[in-house]
Design a protein around this ligand. Structure first.
Ligand code: C5P
Length: 230
């Protein structure tokens, strides 16, 4: 389905990344020889199904973002805009820049630098059976419990029914634009939850352990190792 239609990617990179303890915003810390954001942008730019890429960066970093895209030869990433206070605000700022003819919008966290092409294939190929969106997921290895405000266990969840969610996440553009415009969007911690809240159907495909999210220095080191092993 996705091959025949216009697909635009929005890379959200406007977080501060405080837990990384770096002086730059997280997306601009070094990852190999380039800023972290360059790795996922290069992967999306290389993918034949992606027609264009919008970069959403901290205010004041827009020019550096387009310079970075030029520098790595990512010709599809020509638009950079400032993000907002929450991830959802940043997604909305990026979606506003996506051309009206895009049929599918794919949103990716710059904090996940390693994006194998076959992961993008699976996500874009997962729109069977009338799904409004497709997300990559992984099984959960740890036992997960719900606790109360005092830290006491309320419930042990059935691990077999739970999945950890990654990006890129892809959505039919029209419904996604409406979901992102919802006044309560700030509380959504991923894009799919906005579409779920609007009554949309989300399909899942297999994620990839290499597409881990960088939060701490140790994550950055682990991703560097995985990149070198590739
Ligand atoms: O904070 P967290 O790591 O969950 O953020 C996930 C992604 O969302 C990161 O790539 C980050 O840059 C982005 N983000 C954003 N705008 C915000 C907060 C996070 O673009 N206000």
């Amino acid at each position: 389905m996705a091959d025949a239609v216009a697909v635009w990617a929005v890379v959200v990179a406007a977080g501060s990344g405080e837990r990384l303890g770096a002086e730059h915003p997280k997306a601009f810390v070094a990852f190999g020889e380039d800023p972290l954001i360059a790795s996922s942008v290069a992967a999306l730019d290389d993918h034949p199904a992606i027609d264009g890429i919008v970069l959403v960066v901290p205010e004041g970093w827009e020019e550096r973002a387009t310079f970075m895209a030029d520098d790595i030869g990512a010709g599809k990433a020509s638009i950079a805009v400032a993000g907002g206070a929450t991830r959802s605000d940043s997604v909305a700022a990026g979606v506003a820049e996506v051309p009206a003819d895009a049929a599918i919008i794919l949103v990716h966290d710059a904090a996940r630098p390693l994006v194998p092409a076959d992961l993008i294939d699976r996500v874009l190929g997962g729109f069977a059976d009338g799904a409004d969106g497709v997300i990559p997921v992984l099984p959960i290895d740890d036992t997960v419990k719900r606790i109360d405000a005092a830290g006491r266990v309320v419930e042990t969840l059935d691990r077999a029914e739970l999945r950890a969610v990654q990006t890129p996440q892809a959505f039919l553009a029209d419904g996604f634009r409406r979901a992102v415009a919802a006044p309560d969007r700030a509380s959504g911690t991923d894009c799919a939850s906005l579409v779920e809240r609007a009554g949309g159907t989300i399909a899942t495909v297999a994620g990839d352990p290499r597409t881990l999210k960088i939060t701490t220095r140790a994550d950055l080191e682990r991703a560097e190792e995985l990149r070198r092993a590739d």
